[in-house]
Design a protein around this ligand. Sequence first.
Ligand code: SF4
Length: 569
Amino acid sequence: MLHAEGPLLTIDVGERTATRTDIDDLLAEFIGGRAVATALAHDRIPFDADPFGPENRAYLATGPLQQSGMSFTGRMSMTGLSPLTDGLVSTNAGGYLSREFSGADLSVLEVVGASDELLIAHVTDEGVEFEEVPELAGAEVPAVSDHVAETRDLGPENCIAIGPAGENLVRFASVMTYDSRAFGRGGLGAVLGSKNLKAVTFEGDAEPDVEIPNPPEMDVHREAATSDDRMKRQGTTGGTEFINENFSLPTRYFSEYEFEHAAGIGGDAVEEKKYKKGACSACAYACKLPTRDEAEGVETEGPEFETVYAFGSNQGVGDIVDVMKANELCDVLGMDTISAGVTVAAYLASEDEFGNAELAREITEKIAYREGIGDDLAEGVHRVHDRLGVDDYTVKGMEFAAHDGRVLHGQGLSYAVANRGGDHMYAGMLGPEYAGEIDPEGTLGKAELLVEKENRNVVRDSGVVCAFGGDYVTDDRLAQLLDAPYEDLLELGARTIERERHFNNERGKDASDDGLPYDLPDLDAAIEEYYEERGLREDGTLPDERVEPVAADLGSSGAGGSGASPADD
Ligand code: SF4
């Protein structure tokens, strides 16, 4: 099986040490990306860790396909114990980081400990240098990029960074790369913030020895370049009006299903503001959305559909320029646009201020700096809804994505049982339900497909392949590229989902955490079907014997480990 190459680099920001550890066997078993990071996280983060404690660990991992130069592979995966869901989360971002990361001679970065001073860690193929950066306290993300440009002649593509939201432990703070690409969901930006790690840079000349099978018929790049998909012009916003008219676009904090101003924030409105093409590394599909409005002085990348919902319809805001401004604000402050937007929508609901985009921006900023009411809202909807007097539209503490489980019942079931909570990328039941391949109505009989889609998405996130590349990097092609039968890859996916579930079980999560804040037909029975399909007990837990530790003893920095490997410095 093809897999990522290169050592695990552990940096302890408290001790200011760096250790490179050979993890070839682990990579051979888990490919890379999300699967290998989840194996590491499961075995090396103590089950009773405080998400903001030095014992929590954050993982940034590449897969083998980042070496291919193929379209849809300019992605990387992050994993850690989430301060938002209190369970393991993985989150994925595009941009141009993956090539720089590999050049620094590593397959996985592990961050542990906590520093007294705000730091940047500079990782090269020759070692790691820690730079104290007290002058960057509270700095927005572009200011971090300016700093590394001035001091190291590096670009934003060399960087992961957090903004003030991460430093202030906002539970849905993102980790940013290339200024505008977010490892968004689950608050891993706050995990780096708790460690006082403002940024990590990567550079070097290492060339991982990954040989990608590349038969001539596998011309993903050409197909991506010549496709006339609407998504290439409008990103994920292309379906906004269709979804609004035929399904649901959650509106005014979930109180309505249809937004009367959807056209004002939909794909055509976004395309009108697009001023050039945007892509991730080597991707000929180029679906990104650099947009600007000169009159209002706003320039950003996006908004994507999720932001259009979170800061648009769900806040009663119908002007795309307002959504662009909110998008830009979240990027520079370093916050997940979905959780931030839904939390602000909850606040607007409590104040009866739907449609007040200026107030929404003011509150967004207060959240990042934990000022006034922003301090409460920085905890997310689950922890603040009582105080606001609104319903708790979250699962496992994670605010819902746009795709409405009240209408797409398979997607609703997926939200209910996902280890990550209310996130649409975990299984993506929305796809076949929107397309009419399965009836959106009803939850029963969907568990088998749900399990398969969850497993499939692990394979994708471990490769690492972009979620938008499914029509091009098909299952067959992925099996060919990764040099393994697809069934074996799905099995790897299942083992990763099991590790997430087991970790969460050890933190006390069980069937009582699998559910929705609204009723769906036969939901309890459908959850039982899911448990059966996954081989879980009736209480939603995984039998211990199904998970064998594989990464606890890799190196001296492991939670229970021994056997030090060569230090960088
Ligand atoms: S399809 Fe879009 S998001 Fe995915 S890698 Fe290509 S440019 Fe990036």
